[in-house]
Design a protein around this ligand. Structure first.
Ligand SMILES: NCc1[nH]cc(CCC(=O)O)c1CC(=O)O
Length: 310
């Protein structure tokens, strides 16, 4: 039975609310009779500006949103896949109903003087708390210096303007969502800055017994994004990666539907980089994710991941 109202819960950052607007627009196009309501909530990750590993890092951006969904205060949660823990199952009683068509997966350099990464002088302070970003930067541009920076993308841009760093690394998709691609000075190729698992993908999560809502929103799903996301999340699950892991990678669905998954694990100083790249047919994303994870474990990934606090 079609539903007539869907209450959507999400973080309350400008980026998260823009994501909800995309979901509402796509829903309105496919199901014009369905009304929507937005329920913004603050998550632990939004409130705590210290090291994420100190606040049970796992699920810091999703816990309160999932709680509202499970309590029946909302019918649909919108999450960045990147922020959903993969080392354990989704909260019991919830499931993914759809993954929206993937956005740009790359990171961008934001430099107020408009320079590229190669043009930045030694000692330039790059604002990022991400081990993934700082390790890769240490590998390719060891003369640059990373300084810790947290907060939603708008706040980071404010901190940059206030002089807390000289430049930032931020996801292109996030900047597009908040309407700030004007600040991008260079889009980094994935060879220089491999994206995080789930980059640029939005997940729609429902209560598993709410078949009416699941049926309604599942029409928004994109099949290629779905397979890519399953492969990437299975990869991260097998590696038991956490939010602060030095792990990067991405799957790509080819024209014929075949999937490839490239991934790496590195030391924080970027001096050791483990690499794996495998292909699979269109119907087996989970095996592909498992296989790439096992290839990296055989190369010693376990020690690299476990050496970082979480
Ligand atoms: N940790 C915050 C976060 N979660 C998802 C994105 C980017 C958007 C996406 O990949 O869906 C960002 C911002 C950033 O990393 O610059």
């Amino acid at each position: 039975m079609p539903v007539d109202l869907i209450r959507i819960v999400s973080r309350d950052s400008p980026m998260a609310l823009a994501q909800v607007e995309r979901v509402r627009a796509e829903l309105a196009a496919l199901h014009p009779a369905v009304r929507t309501e937005v329920i913004p909530v603050k998550t632990t990750g939004d409130k705590w500006m210290g090291d994420l590993s100190r606040v049970e890092g796992k699920g810091a951006f999703t816990k309160e949103v999932d709680a509202a969904l499970l309590a029946g205060e909302a019918d649909l949660a919108v999450h960045c896949v990147k922020d959903i823990p993969a080392d354990r199952p989704l909260p019991a009683g919830t499931m993914f109903a759809a993954f929206l068509k993937r956005d740009d997966i790359r990171d961008a350099l934001v430099d107020t003087a408009g320079r590229t990464l190669d043009e930045l002088p030694a000692g330039t302070r790059i604002g990022t708390s991400s081990v993934r970003r700082s390790a890769q930067l240490a590998a390719s541009h060891p003369h640059l210096q990373c300084v810790p920076m947290r907060g939603n993308a708008n706040r980071r841009l404010d901190k940059l303007a206030a002089g807390e760093a000289d430049a930032l690394l931020l996801a292109v998709s996030g900047l597009q969502r908040i309407g700030r691609t004007d600040v991008v000075s260079e889009i980094l190729p994935v060879e220089t800055m491999m994206p995080p698992i789930g980059a640029g993908v939005l997940a729609l999560q429902c209560r598993e017994d709410d078949t009416d809502t699941i049926e309604t929103v599942s029409d928004l799903g994109d099949p290629d994004t779905h397979r890519e996301t399953l492969a990437e999340r299975m990869f991260l699950h097998v590696l038991q990666g956490h939010c602060n892991s030095p792990i990067a990678g991405f799957a790509r669905a080819g024209r014929g539907g075949e999937l490839s998954l490239r991934a790496c694990v590195f030391t924080p100083d970027g001096k050791t980089v483990l690499n794996a790249h495998e292909w699979a047919g269109r119907l087996d994303p989970a095996t592909l994710g498992t296989s790439v994870a096992v290839a990296l474990l055989r190369q010693g990934a376990r020690d690299l991941i476990d050496s970082i606090a979480h």
